[in-house]
Design a protein around this ligand. Structure first.
Ligand SMILES: [Zn+2]
Ligand SMILES: [Zn+2]
Length: 181
């Protein structure tokens, strides 16, 4: 998908090429195994430099993906931005530098794995439709961004609410609620 030819650049020391590439990627693997749909073409701006002994590639990646808000569960679109750098030897054999293998540059370089990996690294840990999303009422489940409910307000801090629920839980249980077999 994201493949370029560097056959000529390999013979041109100190020269630089810039490539604009775009391709479709259906989805990215989310942390919980759920696929995250990609809703725009994935764009790559790739700058490759012949640095004498090495080819030096820097990629800037952009795509828009669809998430479910971790507070209110509504779907929303968020732009992702990834970046990667990769080095290829122009002569000799594969060498290992600081624990990383530096491959020899072929005439064609494929950056698809780099593009996908950089996007996965850019995924939000906790997707939020808005920084100040009010989420769902823990009591009645209403979306508080849409309407206020009449449930009695507990502690204002949602973290305490979660804790309160945690301590209430082991009602009918015996001892040691946290041990699993
Ligand atoms: Zn939300
Ligand atoms: Zn409520």
């Amino acid at each position: 998908m994201f493949t370029i030819s560097v056959a000529r650049l390999k013979k041109a020391p100190a020269e630089q090429r810039r490539h604009h590439l775009a391709a479709k990627i259906a989805s990215l693997p989310g942390a919980d195994g759920e696929p995250i749909p990609v809703v725009s073409p994935v764009e790559l701006v790739l700058t490759v430099t012949n640095a004498g002994d090495f080819l030096w590639a820097v990629g800037e990646v952009k795509a828009a993906a669809r998430f479910a808000c971790s507070r209110c569960l509504q779907e929303f679109t968020q732009n992702l931005q990834g970046r990667f750098e990769e080095k290829y030897r122009l002569r000799g054999e594969v060498v290992v530098e600081e624990g990383e293998e530096i491959p020899v540059a072929a005439d064609e370089l494929n950056f698809t794995d780099h593009v996908i990996e950089s996007l996965i690294l850019s995924l939000p840990m906790k997707p939020l439709c808005a920084e100040d999303c009010l989420g769902l009422c823990p009591n009645c489940g209403r979306d508080l961004n849409v309407e206020k409910c009449t449930c009695p307000e507990e502690s204002g801090d949602p973290r305490f609410r979660v804790l309160a629920g945690f301590f209430e839980q082991p009602k009918g249980g015996g001892s040691g609620g946290s041990t699993k077999t």
